[in-house]
Design a protein around this ligand. Structure first.
Ligand code: GDP
Ligand code: IMO
Ligand code: MG
Length: 442
């Protein structure tokens, strides 16, 4: 089937998440009729700022703040129904209509309380045994994806069948309780409580359930432009990231099709979101990390000016220079069409700005992030240094108004990544955006 109708953009993070995807998705929804999440869960934290008012989203697509935009949660997302309903309520209290505009795939695997218990108990065990914790968000994401792949997950559609739900839940809870009490030395969960909690959510959840893949096909046929909103980032991808310090889903653009339930011919433009520097929350190798906890350092400047604190867990994000050799891998894996550079304004006022263009490893030069975690950890970045700029870029909306030094830095990112810059973000607000080549018009 050839796509002739709507035009569709995939937005993915090219680093370790928190690149500013939510801001960019919200900005682009004036050109889209639907926004789709296709992987991850409420481990994501996407912050939008509209005329100074902040909204933090975890599971609901970042199109929700634009009237009339339809929101979809695809089959590739793991859904905690209790969290979803509380997020809907929070938005509806703030006057945003959600239920009539949100459709959730009935195939989504459910995150239930025992997934959260296993996630947290495992992290505690890793920490106490000295094997090093991953630093998960503690939302049950990993255990829920494990059940999906093991073909024993409870899916949202099970909420429509109380008896089926009860029988599947009994088996699944037995298994998790064995792990919790045996291996993890944690408390078991009670079947009646978990079952009653799930069934209590069913009346509010079931009206939201739909065949999302088919709904997207129909939207495409009627000419809707769709936006596929990635969560996390390429370097947290379960296959391509810095394993095992990754999340449990494929965050790359190719998964937008499988995780939304559409064909890959519907993915027309891959927009890679890249922070003008780098951050990472949780454990794992980070070659360009700076001493961001030390006052008076550049790393501390990035942390403070960039307000680098996670919205989901409140943890400080580790900060460092942009890593163009890691970016190169992201460009290849995602097939990035255009880049959106975010948080340029955070670099304002620095004397100089650095970017890693390769690494030194065992006396050899590498020009791309290696695959082996021990090698990544041992990589010494090779930096290019650029003169900084003293002028403020905060809120800039035109390329011409940027200082020449900032333009030079951006042009170099374009050259080393081999991908044109389509947009530059210069502040958290929807309006703080420079457009060079609009992804929906390209
Ligand atoms: P996401 O997970 O990729 O959606 O990113 P987050 O929302 O977790 O983190 C990005 C943070 O930076 C949010 O607090 C945004 O409001 C903010 N932000 C986004 N773009 C810019 C920008 O260009 N400049 C500044 N100063 N802040 C930005
Ligand atoms: P957004 O969409 C940044 C990180 C966690 C941890 C690892 C595994 O806001 O960019 P998990 O709970 O997924 O099993 O944790 O992944 N992580 C994120 N880091 N941004 C995110 O999402 C993240 N989602 C998960 O910190 O290191
Ligand atoms: Mg985030």
């Amino acid at each position: 089937m050839q796509s002739t109708a709507g035009r569709h953009v995939v937005v993915v993070g090219t680093q370790w998440g928190d690149e500013g995807k939510g801001k960019v998705v919200d900005w682009m929804t004036d050109h889209a009729q639907g926004v789709v999440r296709f992987q991850g869960g409420h481990n994501a934290g996407h912050t939008l700022v509209i005329k100074g008012v902040k909204t933090a989203l975890q599971l609901i697509p970042s199109g929700v703040m634009r009237d009339g935009v339809q929101c979809y949660i695809g089959n590739g997302v793991v859904v905690d129904p209790a969290h979803l309903l509380s997020e809907i309520e929070r938005l509806e209290k703030a006057g945003v209509e959600v239920r009539s505009r949100l459709r959730v795939s009935e195939n989504c695997p459910m995150i239930l309380p025992f997934h959260v218990a296993v996630d947290k108990a495992r992290e505690a065990l890793r920490e106490s045994s000295g094997s090093g914790k991953i630093g998960t968000t503690g939302k049950g994401i990993g255990p829920a994806y494990e059940d999906k792949v093991a073909r024993r997950a409870l899916r949202l559609q099970d909420l429509k069948h109380p008896d089926r739900l009860a029988s599947k839940l009994r088996d699944l809870l037995d298994l998790h309780n064995m792990v919790l009490t045996g291996h993890l030395k944690a408390e078991p969960l009670d079947f009646d409580t978990v079952y009653a909690q799930a069934m209590a959510l069913a009346p509010a959840m079931t009206p939201l359930l739909a065949d999302v893949g088919y709904a997207l096909h129909q939207a495409h046929q009627r000419g809707d432009n769709l936006l596929f909103e990635g969560a996390q980032g390429t370097l947290l991808d379960i296959d391509h990231g810095t394993y095992p310090y990754v999340t449990s889903s494929n965050c790359v653009a190719g998964n937008a099709a499988a995780g939304a339930g559409v064909g890959p011919q519907m993915l027309h433009y891959m927009l890679g979101i890249t922070k003008a520097y780098a951050t990472r929350v949780g454990s794992g190798p980070f070659p360009t990390e700076l001493a961001w906890e030390t006052e008076g350092t550049v790393g501390h400047h990035l942390s403070v000016v960039g307000q680098e604190r996670g919205t989901v867990t409140g943890r400080a994000r580790r900060c460092g220079w942009l890593d163009a050799a890691a970016l190169k891998r992201s460009m290849i894996i995602n097939g990035i069409t255009g880049l959106c550079l975010t948080k340029l304004d955070v670099l304002d006022g620095l004397d100089e700005v650095c970017m890693a263009v390769g690494y030194e490893l065992n006396g050899q030069r590498l020009d791309i992030l290696p695959l082996d975690p021990d090698e990544i950890a041992a990589c010494k970045p090779i930096y290019e240094t650029f003169p900084g700029w003293k002028e403020s870029t905060y809120g800039a909306t035109s390329w011409d108004s940027l200082p020449q030094a900032a333009k030079n830095y951006l042009k170099r990112i374009e050259a080393v990544s081999g991908v044109p810059i389509a947009m530059v973000s210069t502040g958290p607000d929807r309006e703080h955006t420079i457009v060079l080549r609009h992804p929906y018009k390209a």
